[in-house]
Design a protein around this ligand. Structure first.
Ligand code: AMP
Length: 198
């Protein structure tokens, strides 16, 4: 099962991707997590990415496309994967299509979590508070200024990705404002339909 979970910051992509990872036993590939790990390890890529990530701007396509190309070639991704936070631009989506075509693989589903923009900042603030309560570090970009830039990047660069997949009928939209169990059930209907079609 090869899935993409699309949606603005705070839509619930991470929560749903982690659930799908357990359900299907396939890795969740979050470019945000990979870039944060690279930044924490102070690698050259991580250093370059960190400054952009902290302000909420996107990291260049070639960087994330390279990361994903390496990652989907690893053994644990052979049975499938859930992409969380990638692709974020139409160029990345096209590069992914090319990568998969070269491996004779196809996507089983592209799931978009649709969420009212007005609810997103509140969700990000809630996430920051939950991290503090757990004694964990708050993401450097979970603050109102970086959030504004992240939302702008989403509107300008990532909303067209949903349109790219909608154009050839691959996009399935789920109401991300519903309670988590309802969102989960709606996603499961999409993945189960995709699973029975392959
Ligand atoms: P996320 O954890 O998905 O919210 O990503 C956090 C940050 O990492 C984003 O605001 C970007 O700076 C960067 N990032 C993650 N994935 C991508 C991507 N596919 N393309 C460009 N930048 C990305």
């Amino acid at each position: 099962m090869r899935l993409i979970v699309l949606g603005p910051p705070g839509a619930g992509k991470g929560t749903q991707s982690q659930r799908l990872m357990q359900k299907y036993g396939i890795p969740q590939l979050s470019t945000g997590d990979m870039l944060r790990a690279a930044a924490a390890a102070d690698t050259p890529v991580g250093r370059k990415a960190k400054a952009l990530m902290d302000t909420g701007s996107l990291v260049p396509d070639e960087v994330v496309v390279g990361i994903i190309a390496d990652r989907i070639s690893q053994a644990d991704a052979a049975k499938g994967f859930i992409l969380d936070g990638f692709p974020r631009t139409v160029n990345q989506a096209k590069a992914l299509d090319d990568m998969l075509a070269a491996k004779k693989l196809k996507l089983d589903g592209v799931i978009e979590l649709k969420v009212d923009e007005g609810a997103l900042l509140g969700r990000i603030e809630k996430r920051a508070k939950e991290m503090i309560a757990k004694g964990c570090a708050v993401r450097a970009d979970d603050n109102p200024e970086a959030f504004k830039t992240r939302l702008e990047a989403y509107r300008e660069m990532t909303a067209p990705v949903a349109a790219y997949y909608a154009a050839d009928g691959r996009l399935k939209t789920v109401d991300g404002m519903a309670p988590i169990e309802v969102v989960s059930a709606a996603i499961d209907r999409v993945t189960e339909a995709a699973g029975s079609a392959v």
